[in-house]
Design a protein around this ligand. Structure first.
Ligand SMILES: Cc1cc2nc3c(=O)[nH]c(=O)nc-3n(C[C@H](O)[C@H](O)[C@H](O)COP(=O)(O)OP(=O)(O)OC[C@H]3O[C@@H](n4cnc5c(N)ncnc54)[C@H](O)[C@@H]3O)c2cc1C
Length: 405
């Protein structure tokens, strides 16, 4: 890329803002285009805003000075321009898609009004607007049903409970946060939510949303049981936002397909963050989005050797109750295969649980609940993928020594 080329980035979320800032620092001008009305913010902290712990200003990102507020509606790859909903057209030499994810809207009867809108009281949990809408509606005693018991649903349920809502969490599968946690850790998360007053139902499928006058009144389960609800939060996962890429004829599978230079099937168009599929993986997490932004910034600023080769990412979640902070972290494979070694420490009284899984002298995964002192050392041992000394002692040391984390 030559120094006077125009870089245009679509999406001012975590990935887009990081890329624009890095390019600014490296002296490469960039046009950042974002559709959300608010100042760019850290989406990972939305649950803290909902819980009333942070104000929206606190989660604002240090954004680059130049931000164009517009929604891009189409890409003309031949003319190398993008068109926006307000009629404006922006020319590029290099285009970067950082369009993030959309919430999954589950196939529930009654989920949409005749105007194809969500009924009053039903909210997704993806944007600051979703969060402010929920924060406005939640009051002590309000009956809230959270649909989905993954990372998003658990965060939303806990935040609403902290605000005094009567919360029911409906999780379709057997346990909470099953993508990240093993059964014992899921159970502790369930216990923590129950202690906050959340009613947790697993193996429970919501089938219907019942409304009166355009506002939600109840949800109905597959077994016919109805739950009264003033608020419903949809926390059923996300899918990469790939509409623009698809319409422009770029290669898209689950996400926009990119190579190690974060380049799509068009050499003048790159993609980063939640919208991307790299080496078969769609991450949907903050750390990979930031690492991809850093790798691409270096590349676009002239470091031709810069590559993104994947992220081994650790999920960390802090659930801060009124008087019981509760942390958890998980990485890699948290359930052992036959032949793996497992070291596990449980303290039922303190509600802590620590476990690591070792295969062929290498740490392949772990989960920590309630006691995160060792997370830094464990993450380093996992990321480094170095063989562990074989006498077993160092493993226990890794689980119990919080030095250097
Ligand atoms: C409540 C919540 C909690 C989370 N907690 C965690 C966590 O604990 N740990 C973790 O790792 N991850 C977490 N995540 C996921 C994390 O937020 C995402 O992985 C991260 O935000 C991805 O960054 P991104 O820039 O790719 O996408 P986004 O942050 O979604 O940003 C994309 C931006 O692009 C804009 N956009 C899209 N299309 C257009 C268009 N056509 N024109 C203009 N603008 C457009 C969107 O409006 C949006 O502002 C959480 C997410 C949520 C919602």
């Amino acid at each position: 890329m030559t120094s006077n080329e125009r870089v245009v980035v679509i999406g001012s979320g975590l990935a887009g803002v990081r890329l624009a800032r890095r390019l600014g620092e490296l002296g490469t001008p960039v046009t950042l285009v974002g559709e959300e009305e608010h100042r760019p913010y850290n989406r990972v902290l939305l649950a803290e805003v909902l819980a009333g712990r942070y104000s929206p200003e606190v989660i604002a990102l240090p954004a680059p000075a130049e931000l164009t507020r517009a929604r891009v509606t189409g890409i003309d790859r031949t003319g190398r321009t993008v068109g926006c909903a307000d009629g404006s057209v922006i020319a590029y030499d290099r285009l970067v898609l950082a369009t993030g994810s959309n919430p999954v809207l589950p196939p529930l009867r009654g989920l949409f009004t005749e105007d194809h809108e969500l009924p009053e009281g039903v909210h997704a949990f993806r944007t600051l607007d979703d969060c402010l809408g929920l924060a406005k509606a939640v009051r002590p005693g309000v009956r809230a049903v959270v649909i989905g018991g993954g990372l998003l649903g658990v965060s939303a349920a806990r935040a609403l409970a902290v605000r005094g809502a009567q919360v029911v969490l409906a999780q379709q599968s057997e346990r909470l946060m099953e993508r990240q946690l093993d059964p014992a850790a899921s159970k502790l998360v369930g216990r923590h939510l129950t202690d906050l007053g959340v009613e947790v139902h697993t193996e429970c499928r919501v089938r219907d949303v019942r409304c009166v006058g355009g506002a939600v009144r109840s949800v109905e389960m597959a077994d016919g049981y109805a739950l009264d609800a003033d608020l419903v939060v949809l926390a059923c996962g996300v899918h990469p936002r790939v509409g623009l890429a698809q319409a422009a004829g770029l290669e898209v599978r689950k996400g926009v397909v990119v190579d190690d230079e974060l380049r799509t099937s068009d050499p003048y168009i790159h993609a980063i963050g939640d919208c991307v599929q790299h080496a078969g993986t769609v991450y949907g997490l903050a750390t990979p989005a930031l690492e991809q932004a850093d790798a691409l910034a270096a590349l676009l600023a002239g470091d031709t050797g810069s590559r993104y080769t994947g992220t081994r990412s650790l999920t960390r979640l802090t659930l801060t109750g009124p008087d019981s902070p509760f942390d958890l972290a998980a990485f890699g494979e948290t359930e052992a295969l036959p032949g793996d070694d497992v070291v596990q420490l449980t303290d039922a009284t303190r509600g802590t649980y620590r476990k690591v899984v070792v295969r062929d002298d290498r740490l392949v995964g772990g989960v920590l609940v309630g006691e995160l002192g060792t997370v830094g050392a464990l993450a380093r041992a996992w990321e480094g993928a170095e063989p562990l000394p074989s006498d077993g002692g160092p493993l226990l040391h890794l689980l119990t020594n919080d030095g250097g984390s």
